[in-house]
Design a protein around this ligand. Structure first.
Ligand code: PMP
Ligand code: GLN
Length: 382
């Protein structure tokens, strides 16, 4: 393995899911729902296969999906993207993130990330030869947020891009307009590219609104907006993602994507196009259902003795383990399956400054109510 990848090992999601299977534990670690996406959308995938959509689709993606993504950006956010040239379909958001970083960052460049950060960001940045510059999210008034001065201080002469994930995995924070405005101002002042990971765009609660960074003045022209179907439609195994950006940025990303995977699976693309056009009511109902699950797991974790930060978005909850007499989330998460048969993710693995995250573990609540209840019963035995 090349030196620049050696620090990464196996992803925490694979490790913890294997542990869940080996110990027969309830898996509240890796974020994937235990119910399927909308029935009619699933049927569209089957129809696409039966109907013969089984050969290479065009490199940028099936036209129906590019149009549906473009319409979605317009309808929800008022953002206009040309489906022919400003929208690119990828193999999940993961490929979009990697291809974008590889396309835009030179060795020696710096990329700012908020820590805790989704694990693929660090690997993609390392593969490009650039360096990550972490800016910590800290808890203030019950949510993870950043200090705008600390963010500004992270910008240097080699800063090329800032990677922004809101709604944020693993903390569940949804950045406010003020927070996003401070990021936008910095991008403008220092001529930075913004790469935004918006895969949880439809999973926000209590009326909290997701605002794409690209909607801020001047930002559409310097932002690569990334999302995917996995979370919105509960089809994480389909791996259909997309990029929306100005022509020059999309063509750079496509230049890399074409040699990573050339193109993405055809039948799922057609089904996701259907989902974006006809299943947004299902998505709204799913959001309401997830909001109730958030409350259910939050209350359960509190009853089990954790200090809990109620998230405004995503399907993850951060739980502070100190009231239970623990202070190392990594050790806690390693023992949890053996002790009570539940798997969680130690938040500190998403940090460079792991001490900032040591007290937290992440629980996923995108699970059936009976599964959440059983997990809570088990955690009460701690
Ligand atoms: N970004 C974040 C923040 C995620 O949580 C995930 C999903 N696990 C991804 C990207 C990857 O999305 P996809 O499965 O579409 O590649
Ligand atoms: N995004 C999901 C999570 O954070 C799953 C990621 C993965 O399995 N790579 O749990």
């Amino acid at each position: 393995l090349v030196a620049r990848m050696r620090e990464f090992g196996t992803t925490v999601f694979a490790t913890m899911t294997r542990l869940a299977v080996e110990t027969g534990s309830i898996n509240l670690g890796q974020g994937f729902p235990d119910t399927d996406g909308p029935e009619a959308m699933l049927g569209r995938a089957v129809e696409a296969i039966r109907g013969g959509l089984n050969q290479y689709p065009p490199g940028p993606g099936v036209p129906e999906l590019r149009r549906a993504v473009s319409e979605h950006q317009k309808e929800y956010y008022g953002l206009g993207y040309d489906p022919d040239g400003e929208v690119l379909v990828t193999v999940g958001a993961t490929e979009a993130i990697a291809a974008t970083v590889l396309a835009l960052c030179e060795p020696g460049d710096e990329v700012i990330v908020f820590e805790p950060y989704y694990d693929s960001y660090a690997a993609a940045i390392a593969l490009s030869g650039a360096a990550r510059v972490p800016v910590p999210l800290r808890v203030d008034a019950g949510r993870f947020t950043f200090d705008p001065d600390e963010l500004a201080a992270a910008v240097g002469p080699r800063t090329r891009a800032i990677l922004v994930n809101s709604p944020h995995n693993p903390t569940g924070s949804v950045f406010t307009r003020e927070e996003l405005a401070s990021i936008a101002a910095l991008c403008e002042a220092h001529d930075l590219i913004a790469i935004t990971d918006e895969v949880y765009e439809h999973l926000t609660f209590d009326g909290v609104e997701h605002v794409p960074l690209a909607t801020f003045p001047g930002m559409r022209d310097r932002t690569v907006t990334i999302s995917s179907a996995g979370k919105s439609f509960s089809v994480t195994g389909w791996k259909v993602g997309w990029v929306c950006a100005p022509y020059a940025l999309v063509s750079a990303v496509q230049a890399v994507k074409q040699f990573m995977t050339f193109t993405s699976s055809a039948p799922w693309q057609l089904a996701v196009a259907y989902g974006l056009r006809h299943e947004m009511e299902w998505v709204a109902a799913q959001r309401a259902s997830l909001s109730a699950k958030r409350d259910r797991l939050t209350e359960g974790l509190v009853a089990a003795g954790f200090d809990v930060l109620r998230p405004a978005g995503t399907y993850f909850i951060q739980a502070d383990i100190r009231p239970l007499g623990f202070d190392d989330g990594l050790a806690f998460a390693r023992q949890l399956p053996e002790r009570v048969g539940v798997v969680a993710i130690p938040t500190q693995v998403f940090y460079d400054h792991s001490e900032y995250g040591a007290r937290y573990v992440r629980f996923a609540f995108c699970k059936r109510d009976d599964v959440i209840d059983e997990a809570v019963d088990r955690l009460k035995r701690l």
